[in-house]
Write a protein that binds this ligand. Sequence first.
Ligand SMILES: Cc1cc2nc3c(=O)[nH]c(=O)nc-3n(C[C@H](O)[C@H](O)[C@H](O)COP(=O)(O)O)c2cc1C
Length: 193
Amino acid sequence: MRLLALSGSLRARSSNGAVLRSALTFWDGPATTADIGALPHFNPDLDGEDATPPVPVAALRTAAATADALLVVSPEYAHGVPGVLKNALDWLVSSGECGGKPVAVITASPFPTGGDHANAQLREVLRMMSGEVVTAACREIPAIGPKVDPTTEQVKDAATLTDLGLAMAQLAEAATTATATATATATAPLTTP
Ligand SMILES: Cc1cc2nc3c(=O)[nH]c(=O)nc-3n(C[C@H](O)[C@H](O)[C@H](O)COP(=O)(O)O)c2cc1C
């Protein structure tokens, strides 16, 4: 199973980046993290039928198309989704690579709320994009600061690590089911009325 991960923080020492890296250690298969900071601002004029998508956009779309599941890990800014992440998702709306793909949304915050507003908004956006949001694989991680090891830049809190492992197992299970369903549909014999 191939995973595409997106982080909503471009910060070098991002706590959400640490959560993402730790989550990936539980993924049994190839995983790619998208470079969403390289994307231009979304502009429908660059996205029409006759337009050639900018190179970073084409790369994101290819990575999304070849992924069996998506992992979105993000902070919350002003009770919302970071602009850089929403920008990346906007580039995937019309091209449709998220359709039917199992998606996990994880938000981490230094505050007790765990980025709950951004988490809910991301789930809504991804559902609108026909992603299959795997609720059992979504997490809101509160008080993230001391749960990250500043040296390894990975999560060190044992309970959080265990929970991330459970979340990734749920995402992998959903990806396996979705792939099996898609294969069965593609190979089913055509029936005539
Ligand atoms: C502009 C700005 C707005 C923020 N707004 C929120 C917020 O609404 N809710 C929240 O939980 N944290 C908020 N924070 C705090 C972030 O959760 C915190 O900076 C976090 O460490 C960012 O994630 P990162 O470590 O992955 O970069 C905000 C931070 C910034 C810089």
